[in-house]
Design a protein around this ligand. Structure first.
Ligand SMILES: Nc1ncnc2c1ncn2[C@@H]1O[C@H](COP(=O)(O)OP(=O)(O)OP(=O)(O)O)[C@@H](O)[C@H]1O
Length: 235
């Protein structure tokens, strides 16, 4: 059984068919990068896998369960970092992480996580006053605090400075090395090249190709494959 399974997934919003029969899987101990142009359906897929959207048809499964209406035990095994974070604006990062840690039976150590993600540098600043990149770091910490078996990251390094991006890529690899299935939606070829074992390329709600990075790209660069599959030809 794959940790994450998307089969014939369809989801429309009015006349917009955000997902049009998407198929792919993500495995434990591996990082899967989902690439695709704006509007390809990446976030909608992640929202279906979180149980935040109900698919019109098809299968979205995480750890063998349907995330729609899943139990609290199931949700505790899944970490999520969304594009806009959704963090409480008046909380300081340590207070937020301590609060979240108290909800899990066996959480990560909030202090160690803060130190690792450089959150200590702005520990006294409330979330509302943080820079975009600082907020991203806190959002990543909230996704990791429950030591998830499956980790969904939607454009995790967008807005981060180069040093922080390197740290985050290292942390992502560590999560997979520890056995987690990591699913990462990204627009960065560098990010996919550096961290991903497996690649999914989506366009217009469908999967154009998926599989191990070496098989998807072959002798070409990931960038060339991406452009040829998403309608613009190689550049
Ligand atoms: N709640 C919603 N209501 C209406 N349309 C939506 C909703 N969510 C997504 N869509 C539409 O579904 C399509 C897929 O959007 P989605 O956010 O999944 O794409 P994406 O691949 O994540 O894009 P991006 O790279 O810009 O983040 C888009 O046309 C978007 O406008």
């Amino acid at each position: 059984m794959s940790a994450v399974e998307v089969r014939d997934l369809v989801k429309s919003f009015g006349a917009t068919r955000a997902l049009d029969g998407a198929n792919w899987c993500a495995e434990a101990g591996r990082v899967t990068a989902v690439l695709g142009p704006n509007g390809a359906g990446k976030s909608t897929t992640i929202e279906c896998l979180q149980g935040l959207q109900r698919p019109d048809s098809g299968l979205a499964q995480v750890l063998g369960e349907d995330p729609w209406g899943a139990s609290a035990e199931h949700r505790a095994r899944v970490g999520l970092m969304l594009q806009d974070g959704g963090l409480p604006s008046m909380s300081t990062p340590p207070a937020l992480l301590a609060h979240l840690a108290s909800m899990y039976a066996d959480p990560a150590d909030p202090s160690a996580l803060s130190a690792r993600l450089g959150i200590d540098d702005f520990a006294r600043t409330i979330v509302r006053r943080l820079s975009g990149g600082q907020r991203q770091r806190v959002a990543l910490a909230t996704a990791l605090i429950g030591r998830p078996d499956v980790l969904f990251l939607d454009e995790p390094t967008a807005g981060m400075d180069p040093h922080t991006r390197l740290d985050v890529w290292e942390i992502v690899r560590e999560q997979a090395a520890g056995g987690a299935a990591v699913v990462l939606a990204t627009h960065s070829f560098e990010e996919a090249d550096r961290v991903a074992d497996d690649i999914v390329i989506m366009d217009r709600g469908r999967v154009r190709t998926s599989g191990p990075r070496a098989e998807v790209a072959g002798a070409k660069s990931l960038e060339d494959v991406y452009f040829s599959l998403t309608g613009r030809g190689e550049r």
